[in-house]
Design a protein around this ligand. Structure first.
Ligand code: G1P
Length: 293
C-alpha cells in the first residue's frame, strides 16, 4: 500500500563554506531573496505541497533559523498598535506555517548523516527532503516541485527525486541518475552516482535538491560507508536502496536557484525582484540603465 507523504526534512546544518564571509554568523539558509530568507521559501514550498510537519536539521550555531520561525508576540503587538497591517500580515503568515521541529546534527557528516538524524521524527513512513539552501520554483501554472514528486510517489510508490539536465562539465557537482523512461518526464532509475567524472556519468540528469524517500533509506544509511569527500552520501544509500525498492526521477517543471553559490544567489535576487509586482518596473529600468551606461 502506498502511504501518503506528510512530513518533510530540511537539512540546514552545513557550514556554508562556499559563502564566506557572510555565512560565518548568518546561516546561508537565512540569506534573503528580496525580503524573505531562502529557508522560508523552502518551508512554504513544502506547505503548498501538502506537507503538515516539518523537521529542520540544524547545527548548534543556527539559532537564527529557529528565531525566524518562532512567534514574536511583542513585535506583533507593536505592529498592531501602530496599525502597520501589511508588516503584521507578513509576520502572521509565519505563524500559519506547518509545525516545525528542530533536530541538532552533532557533527557535519554529510547529507546522508543529516537525513539520518531525522529517523525518530520520521518513523516508518515515506517523507520529503528539501535542501534548505536551494530554491526550486515551479513553472507558471505548474504545481510546487515537491508536490510534483509526491504525485509520482502516489502513483508508483518507491522513492522519487527531482531531476534537471546540466551541461556535461557540471555533472561532477551533482548526484547523476541514469534510467529508462516509464512515462513522459519520469524515469525509473538504473544508475545513480554522486558527483561522477564526465566519463562515468550515466546521463546529464542531476538531482535537484528535492526528494521523496522511503523509510527504508535509514537502514541503507546505516550500512553505507563514507563516500565522496569522506562524507555519508545520500546518493550512495539511495543507489543501494534502488536494488530492492523502486526509485524514480522526475524531470520537473520548474527551475532551481542554488543559493549556496554566490553568483546564483545574486541572479536569484534579480530574478525574484523582476517577478514582483511592486518592483518589476523600477528594477527593469535600473538594470537597463546599468547595461547601457
Ligand atoms: C547535494 C547532493 C547532490 C545533489 C545536490 C543538489 O550536493 O549530494 O547529489 O545533486 O545536493 O541538489 P551538495 O550541493 O550538497 O554538494
Amino acid at each position: 500500500m502506498i502511504k501518503p507523504v506528510r512530513k518533510a526534512v530540511i537539512p540546514a546544518a552545513g557550514f556554508g563554506t562556499r559563502f564566506l564571509p557572510i555565512a560565518k554568523a548568518v546561516p546561508k539558509e537565512m540569506l534573503p531573496i528580496v525580503d524573505k530568507p531562502v529557508i522560508q521559501y523552502v518551508v512554504e514550498e513544502a506547505a503548498a505541497s501538502g506537507i503538515t510537519e516539518i523537521i529542520i536539521i540544524v547545527s548548534d550555531s543556527k539559532r537564527a533559523i529557529r528565531e525566524h520561525f518562532a512567534a514574536n508576540e511583542k513585535l506583533e503587538a507593536e505592529l498592531a498598535a501602530k496599525n502597520k497591517t501589511d508588516a503584521l500580515e507578513e509576520l502572521l503568515k509565519l505563524n500559519r506555517l506547518p509545525r516545525i521541529t528542530y533536530i541538532v546534527q552533532p557533527k557535519m557528516g554529510g547529507l546522508g548523516d543529516a537525513v539520518r538524524c531525522a529517523r525518530e521524527a520520521v518513523g516508518d513512513e515515506p517523507f520529503a527532503v528539501l535542501l534548505g539552501d536551494a530554491l526550486v520554483s515551479a513553472s507558471e501554472g505548474a504545481k510546487p516541485v515537491t508536490r510534483q514528486l509526491m504525485d509520482v510517489h502516489e502513483k508508483h510508490g518507491g522513492s522519487v527525486v527531482a531531476l534537471e539536465e546540466v551541461p556535461l562539465e557540471k555533472v561532477c557537482r551533482y548526484g547523476i541518475m541514469g534510467g529508462a523512461d516509464i512515462e513522459p518526464g519520469v524515469i525509473r532509475a538504473e544508475k545513480f552516482i554522486e558527483k561522477p567524472r564526465p566519463e562515468e556519468a550515466p546521463s546529464r540528469l542531476a538531482v535537484s535538491a528535492r526528494y521523496i524517500l522511503s523509510p527504508s533509506i535509514f537502514e541503507e544509511l546505516d550500512r553505507t560507508p563514507p563516500g565522496k569527500g569522506g562524507e555519508l552520501q545520500l546518493t550512495d544509500a539511495m543507489a543501494s536502496l534502488m536494488k530492492r525498492e523502486l526509485l524514480f526521477g522526475v524531470k520537473y517543471a520548474g527551475r532551481r536557484h542554488d543559493i549556496g553559490n554566490k553568483i546564483d544567489f545574486v541572479k536569484a535576487n534579480v530574478a525574484f525582484a523582476l517577478q514582483r509586482e511592486d518592483m518589476r518596473v523600477e528594477m527593469g529600468k535600473y538594470l537597463q540603465g546599468l547595461l547601457t551606461s
